[in-house]
Design a protein. Structure first.
Length: 186
């Protein structure tokens, strides 16, 4: 499984817990959730009764590995990553009690080397999403992209995962859709 796929469900859970706790306590938290100890910057702004929290982090992906398994049985080779991933979360608490979250990531100098062939790969790992919660429920959408392209062979492997969910006021999932699209040209 690509390295990015395991991050989103955990973040969903953490954000959902934070949002539910904020609604239950009646007080808006003034600091973002802690991230895995990586260096980050955060800012807090308040305008017209709304509070906005922005957190930015830079994750070093060096010495981690990824591969893409396609539905037709093709598999990219295991790729040793080098570089970083920038991430920004923006959390807005408005006066009516609604919570809005957007996030995105982008690669910074991210590349890789095949562990079998030694070929250099261009690597694109990018995530984005938007979520909103009110007392009446929550809605969210996300898109995750992972692409590996060989610099000499031009072999390419990619996966794009798109999803959407809607929760009712009781916290029950009313709609949940996710679609993965693979493109493998070996």
């Amino acid at each position: 499984m690509p390295s990015f796929a395991s991050r989103i469900p955990l973040r969903f859970a953490l954000v959902a817990i934070a949002m539910l706790a904020a609604c239950d306590s009646g007080n808006s938290p003034t600091a973002p959730l802690a991230t895995r100890g990586e260096p980050s910057t955060a800012s807090l702004a308040s305008t017209g009764g709304a509070e906005r929290v922005v957190e930015e982090s830079l994750y070093d992906l060096s010495d981690s590995f990824t591969e893409i398994d396609c539905q037709n049985g093709q598999v990219s080779e295991l790729v040793d990553l080098e570089g970083q991933l920038f991430e920004r979360f923006t959390l807005l608490y408005n006066p009516s009690g609604a919570i809005h979250l957007t996030y995105h990531t982008m690669p910074v100098g991210l590349q890789g080397v095949g562990t079998v062939s030694g070929e250099e790969y261009r690597v694109k790992e990018q995530d984005q999403g938007a979520y909103s919660q009110t007392l009446m429920g929550a809605v969210g959408t996300y898109r995750q992209t992972m692409r590996l392209v060989g610099r000499t062979s031009h072999r390419s492997f990619s996966i794009v995962v798109k999803g959407h969910y809607t929760m009712n006021a009781n916290g029950e999932i009313a709609v949940e859709r996710e679609k993965a699209t693979f493109a493998c040209d070996a």
